[in-house]
Design a protein around this ligand. Structure first.
Ligand SMILES: CCCCC/C=C\CCCC/C=C/C(=O)SCCNC(=O)CCNC(=O)[C@H](O)C(C)(C)COP(=O)(O)OP(=O)(O)OC[C@H]1O[C@@H](n2cnc3c(N)ncnc32)[C@H](O)[C@@H]1OP(=O)(O)O
Length: 306
C-alpha cells in the first residue's frame, strides 16, 4: 500500500527512471525491515492466554513453545464447543508468534475419541452447520499454521483424533493404544481435508489402504507405516520428544520455514477453502440418510453397552 501511495503521489514530478530507482530502494528497505521485525518478534510476544476449560494453553516463556491440552472428559469427543475453543486457541497462538505448539490430552488413556457422536446423531441442521464450519476452521488453522506443530499422542486416537494428530507436522505416541481413520467402518466417508492430511503423512498406497479398510493401528504398526514418528513410554516423555523436534527449528529462519511449509500445504488448503459450502452439503446430505443414522445410533449403543 505504501508503494502504491508513493507511486501515485510522485506521478507528476518524477521521470519513469527515477521512480523505478526510488521504488526499488523503498521496497528493499521495507522487506528488510519486515524480515528483521518478524525474526525479532518471537522473543517478545509470548503470551498467557485466558484459559478455556476445554482447551488449556501453556506457553513456556523460555522456549516459546505452547502445550495445547484438550480437556473434555471422558474422551475428548470433538463437540462444537471443543472445536470453538481450539479455533480460538489457534488464533491466539498465531497472533502471538509462538515458536511451536504441541497438541496433547488431559484424558489419561485417550488423546481424542474423534467427533462427538452426539453431534452426528439426529443432528439439528443449524448446529451441525456451525459444528462442521468450525471443524473446517480448526483444520485450516492447524494444518496451515505458520508455527511448527507436533502431537504428543498419550492415548487412543481413532477417527477425528487421528485427524488432529496428522494435521500436525510430527507425532510421538505412547505404547499400547490405537490410532487410525475408521470412518468407513461407521459407514461415513472421510472428508477431503482429512484425506489430504493422511496423504501428507503416509504414502499414497498406505493412505488408500488405511482409509478404505478403516484400519485402527497399534502404536507399533503405526510407526511401521509412518503414521507416527516416534514412540515414547509416557506422556511427559512424548512431550519432551516433541519439544526436541520443535527445538530443531531454532537454527532455521522462521520465515523460510513457514513459507516452505505453507507452499507445500497450499494446494490442500485451497482445495477446502474453495469448496467449504459444498463440503458441508455433501456431508449433511449423507449424514441424514436413514441408513447412516441407524449405523451411528447402533454404534453409540455398542459403545455404551461396553
Ligand atoms: C457419508 C456420511 C457423511 C457423514 C459425515 C460425518 C462425518 C465425517 C467424518 C469426519 C471424520 C471424523 C469422524 C469421527 O471422528 S466419528 C467418531 C469415531 N470415533 C470412534 O469410533 C471412537 C469411539 N470410541 C472408542 O472407540 C472408545 O471410546 C475409545 C476412544 C477407544 C476409549 O475407550 P474407553 O477408554 O474404554 O472409553 P469408553 O469406550 O468406555 O467411552 C467412555 C464414554 O465415552 C463415550 N464415547 C466414546 N467415544 C465417543 C465419541 N466419539 N463421541 C461421543 N461419546 C463417545 C462412550 O459412549 C462412553 O460413554 P458412557 O460413559 O456414557 O458409557
Amino acid at each position: 500500500m505504501l508503494l502504491t501511495l508513493f507511486e501515485s503521489h510522485t506521478h507528476f514530478f518524477l521521470s519513469m527512471f527515477q521512480k523505478m530507482i526510488l521504488t526499488k530502494i523503498i521496497s528493499n528497505t521495507l522487506s528488510l525491515h519486515k524480515k528483521q521485525l518478524i525474526e525479532w518478534l518471537p522473543a517478545v510476544r509470548y503470551f498467557s492466554s485466558p484459559t478455556n476449560p476445554l482447551v488449556n494453553v501453556d506457553v513456556n516463556d523460555k522456549s516459546g513453545i505452547a502445550v495445547v491440552t484438550m480437556n473434555r472428559k471422558p474422551v475428548n469427543g470433538l463437540s462444537l464447543e471443543l472445536f470453538e475453543a481450539m479455533s480460538k486457541a489457534l488464533d491466539d497462538l498465531e497472533n502471538n508468534r509462538i515458536r511451536g505448539a504441541i497438541l496433547t490430552s488431559s484424558c489419561p488413556t485417550v488423546f481424542s475419541a474423534g467427533l462427538d457422536l452426539n453431534e452426528l446423531y439426529q443432528p439439528d441442521k443449524k448446529r451441525f452447520k456451525a459444528f462442521w464450519t468450525t471443524f473446517q476452521d480448526v483444520w485450516l488453522k492447524l494444518y496451515g499454521s505458520s508455527f511448527p506443530t507436533a502431537a504428543a499422542i498419550n492415548g487412543h486416537a481413532p477417527a477425528g483424533g487421528c485427524f488432529l494428530a496428522i494435521s500436525c507436522e510430527y507425532r510421538v505416541m505412547c505404547p499400547d493404544y490405537k490410532i487410525g481413520l475408521n470412518e468407513t467402518r461407521l459407514g461415513i466417508i472421510a472428508p477431503i481435508f482429512l484425506r489430504a492430511s493422511m496423504r501428507n503423512t503416509v504414502s499414497n498406497r498406505e493412505a488408500e489402504k488405511a482409509l478404505t479398510l478403516g484400519t485402527l493401528y497399534s502404536t507399533e504398526d503405526a510407526l511401521k507405516i509412518g503414521l507416527i514418528d516416534e514412540i515414547a513410554i509416557y506422556k511427559v516423555k512424548a512431550i519432551e520428544r516433541c519439544e526436541n523436534f520443535l527445538a530443531q527449528f531454532n537454527n532455521v529462519s522462521s520465515i523460510a520455514r513457514s513459507f516452505t511449509k505453507r507452499s507445500l500445504r497450499q494446494k490442500d488448503l485451497e482445495e477446502l477453502e474453495n469448496c467449504r459450502e459444498e463440503d458441508f452439503n455433501i456431508f449433511w446430505s449423507n449424514l441424514i440418510e436413514p441408513s447412516v443414522q441407524k449405523q451411528i445410533g447402533d454404534y453409540m449403543q455398542s459403545l455404551k453397552k461396553k
